[in-house]
Design a protein around this ligand. Sequence first.
Ligand code: NI
Length: 225
Amino acid sequence: MLITVSGLLSRDELADLRDQAAGLRWRDGAETAGAQARRVKRNEQADLSSRAGAKIRERLLEAISTHPVVSAAAQPMRFSRPLLSRAGEGGGYGLHVDNALMGHGEGRIRSDVSYTLFLTDPADYAGGELVIEHPGASQALKPPAGDLVLYPSTSLHRVNEVRAGSRLAAVGWIQSRIRDSAQRELVFDLENLRTELASSHAPESPEMLTLSKTISNLVRMWAEA
Ligand code: NI
């Protein structure tokens, strides 16, 4: 399931974040990629180990991890540390699959859901679409700044070459309580249905009770605790 969550950050927050990001130290993104991804990765990654960097990371993680739609869609168990990625003219990231395991030691997670939080206004760069490959089709995304795209980490994806301007984005990974994407989607759909039905049905109605029972029992069947 691929979903776009709108307006994670306000215009003011975005402007401030872009300002802060410009003052960070930036390194060649290929340094941090796996052997296969390194050959197709043409971007820069911010060094977030500084105090200013840690602050940005905290703000990003806060915005992402507390959003109710992210929670409902990804069923997060653990979050990776977000990364800041920048691609100027000629930059991009060729077709690749994300590593299955991310981070080290205590911070190690399995990547089930990948996300990209767009931080640059689409009018300020040409190209730079996030393209997700599905069987038999591909989907190109270039949403407004402040929007977050969630997609299964199991998919091949790429970032089209930036033809003008510069594209800033935060990327990261979520280990889900429900590792299978199709199962996660079923729970998400039923959760949304429950929200819809709540406007016309009392909580103790047979319809609501049956739906809640079904959701609970599917989560029991599929979730890791
Ligand atoms: Ni990727």
